[in-house]
Ligand binder design. Sequence first.
Ligand SMILES: NC(=O)c1ccc[n+]([C@@H]2O[C@H](COP(=O)([O-])OP(=O)(O)OC[C@H]3O[C@@H](n4cnc5c(N)ncnc54)[C@H](OP(=O)(O)O)[C@@H]3O)[C@@H](O)[C@H]2O)c1
Length: 292
Amino acid sequence: MTRLEQVVARGGPESLLFIVGHPLSHSLSPAMHNAVIARLGLRLRYIGVDLPVGHLPDFFRVVREGNFLGGNVTIPHKEEAASLADERSEAVDACGAANVIRVRGRRLRAENTDGQGFLDAVSEAGWGRRFRKVVILGAGGSARGIAYELCRRGAREISILNRSISRAEGIASVLSPGFPGTNISAGKLETHVMVEEFSGADLIVQCTSLGLRGEWENFPVERVEKTTRFADIVYRQGGTELVRRLKKRGISAIDGFGMLAHQAARSFYIWTGKRVPGGEFLSAARKTVAAG
Ligand SMILES: NC(=O)c1ccc[n+]([C@@H]2O[C@H](COP(=O)([O-])OP(=O)(O)OC[C@H]3O[C@@H](n4cnc5c(N)ncnc54)[C@H](OP(=O)(O)O)[C@@H]3O)[C@@H](O)[C@H]2O)c1
């Protein structure tokens, strides 16, 4: 029996929720969800599963057979989770990435709360939910959900820049047919391309894992226009380096804590039917970070 299967077997009458990802040590999701579960007095436990690439099909087999209500999927498994699930929400079908799994009998339904959670966070920052010209840096699982939601909200132009351009092209080709009113383009994550694309952008979204693992070396901080808003989806105690540098220039910038809290609140509702304000998840996350 694997360690995970032992945890599942020990679950008894308590139902389980999971987050699966790799690496997982930075994740605040178990602390946030378990704090809300304790306050509500639910017979639930949220566990973290650090799972390298290649093992998701085995993990989903355990989930189908165990006492799970569902779970979250994070870096780097979001696209594979979407394809392995038995059912998909409209958002997952459209963008090809899932950050939420809901267990129904032995079937797994894939959902995506990243895009809506992101827009909840930018709206809370007072930026609204509609943007005309957006530049997305990164083309992983999270960028997919966010790009989909921005298209749905009527963005006119989305430029996706990524280290490996094929992944950015993949998002553009998946989303373009469903959103003929949005011009979605793909480019290389290089300084001169960013400088070109930043011109006239009303929003830049940082969706790479830089800032969490490694730092930005070629980001043209001086070329972000004063009217552009900058959202980093990476979160870190004290803010990410990019957010700090941009704020110093007087640019309106937020890090990923707001998105983390709001995607969690939406996930929790999908599993339990209970509406808990994003603010409660946010204070649980901040308390955990402050406690080190
Ligand atoms: N705030 C929140 O609620 C929230 C939610 C989801 C994710 N996140 C954070 O967002 C980040 C991305 O998550 P994800 O699920 O989209 O991950 P992912 O699917 O693994 O994608 C990672 C992205 O980062 C890029 N990248 C990685 N290392 C790089 C480097 N050295 N230089 C340039 N680009 C690099 C990858 O480019 P290639 O395609 O070229 O490899 C890819 O675009 C993670 O740090 C995660 O913690 C935050």
